[in-house]
Design a protein around this ligand. Structure first.
Ligand code: FDA
Length: 390
């Protein structure tokens, strides 16, 4: 089978590229259905972009790499596409755009587009071997027990990262990158909950609070924090997991919009006979207030607490520093941080600088977005950069 372009991976980036690249294109994937991560994303409604998308919302060893692609295909370009296809959408919070009805509409839109473009989609295809003979790429496929050979001038690798192996994620993109002499940056699970020893937060499981969270060397995020059976989760925690390194505590402000010392001091002068946990319960969910009061082990009423003690309590609320044991890993991580080094790729086209005709797009590249629609925007934008060059 001869093609102009073979695209490995029928996820967000692969489908978007196939819909726009023109020529004879083949898209192959080992999954039973295309765009499975799109389908389950955003709680089934797909947070397909973010109106505030900026290069600063992405992590990469080269923070400039994503600029060109992101500038040339913006969130509003994708919004136009979605609107043209009659998909209703809304902004939930913080610029995050979701489908009103279902993420399946985004998958259906992309599949319609690739059918219109005349691209061929082959699912349930195992990729056995990829090689280059000096002028064409050859891909050996195993399709329903049959060996199939496909060749093309260009090969686009869009097989994503390692997150959620149960959904078919593999490290294929990294293997192909290595095979063709590309470097990889360190990869690890990101946008992932933290685990703690001895299930210490299990009694608080289900408690959610607005919080300001920060890892040692990262920005802070004002979003919800959720206590789970295994540890800490919620958007603020997922965000900082991308900046966290093993052995470091995280910094959590449980009352980001309140001056805790001032609140405790005024409670002491107004009702000094109340216990600390009762006062904390006016500021935080009761179960969390009880746990913090028990943890601080302060005797007596508020009236017995000196200013120094109130400062100590306030510090616990504004800069709590729990030490995660680890993360839930690729099993639940929304993305893989790191990947194919951008050093070897053109930022304008995503093409290999050393292997003409070889492209890497989407999550497999060392460009990782924040939570909130940024990773899909990178998938669309990097796919378009490659598609326009193919
Ligand atoms: P993607 O993973 O989408 O596609 C890769 C494709 O390659 C898959 O179809 C896979 O089957 C195939 N493949 C892999 N290995 C293969 C092999 N060896 N052989 C053949 N095929 C192979 N982002 C966002 O912006 N907004 C959101 O709401 C969410 N929500 C979300 C929820 C959950 C639960 C997860 C896990 C992730 C998200 N994300 C997200 C992240 C987003 O899904 C992710 O960044 C993009 O899907 C990446 O697109 P890619 O096309 O690069 O990879």
């Amino acid at each position: 089978m001869q093609f102009d372009t073979i695209i490995l991976g029928a996820g967000a980036a692969g489908l978007m590229c196939a819909a726009h690249c023109g020529g004879r294109a083949l898209v192959v994937d080992h999954a039973r259905a295309a765009g499975e991560k799109i389908r389950i994303s955003g709680g089934g409604r797909c947070n397909f972009t973010n109106t505030g998308c900026e290069p600063a919302n992405f992590l990469s060893e080269n923070p400039h790499f994503a600029k060109s692609a992101l500038a040339r295909y913006t969130p509003w370009d994708f919004v136009s596409l979605v609107s043209e296809h009659g998909i209703a959408w809304h902004e939930k919070t913080l610029g995050q755009l979701f489908c009103d009805d279902s993420a399946k509409q985004i998958v259906a839109m992309l599949l319609d587009m690739i059918a219109q473009a005349g691209a061929e989609l082959r699912l349930r295809c195992a990729i056995r071997e990829v090689r280059h003979d000096g002028s064409r790429y050859h891909v050996s496929l195993d399709h329903d027990g049959r060996q199939v050979q496909a060749t093309a001038r260009s090969l686009v690798v869009a097989t994503g990262g390692k997150s959620i192996p149960k959904m078919g994620a593999t490290g294929l993109a990294y293997d192909i990158a290595r095979q063709f002499g590309h470097h990889l940056t360190d990869i690890r699970p990101a946008l992932v909950p933290f685990t703690f020893p001895d299930k210490q937060f299990a009694p608080l499981s289900g408690v959610a609070v607005p919080a300001r969270a920060r890892a040692a060397n990262g920005p802070s995020f004002d979003e919800a924090l959720l206590f789970t059976h295994r540890g800490l989760s919620g958007p603020s925690i997922l965000q900082i997991s991308s900046y966290w390194h093993e052995g470091e505590p995280v910094h959590l402000d449980l009352l980001p919009r309140t001056d805790a010392f001032a609140a405790l001091k005024s409670a002491r002068s107004e009702a000094g006979r109340r216990s600390l946990s009762r006062v904390l319960a006016t500021l935080l969910p009761a179960r969390l207030a009880d746990a913090i009061a028990a943890d601080l082990a302060l005797p007596g009423n508020l009236a017995d607490c000196s200013d120094a003690v109130l400062h100590q309590v306030a510090a616990r609320l504004h800069d709590w520093q729990p030490l995660p044991q680890g993360t839930e890993g690729y099993r639940t991580a929304e993305v893989t941080l790191g990947g194919v080094s951008t050093d070897g790729l053109s930022s304008a086209t995503m093409e290999s600088k050393t292997r003409p005709g070889l492209y890497f797009i989407g999550e497999c590249v060392d460009v990782t977005g924040w939570l909130g629609g940024y990773n899909f925007q990178w998938a669309w934008a990097s796919a378009m950069a490659a598609a326009q060059a193919l």
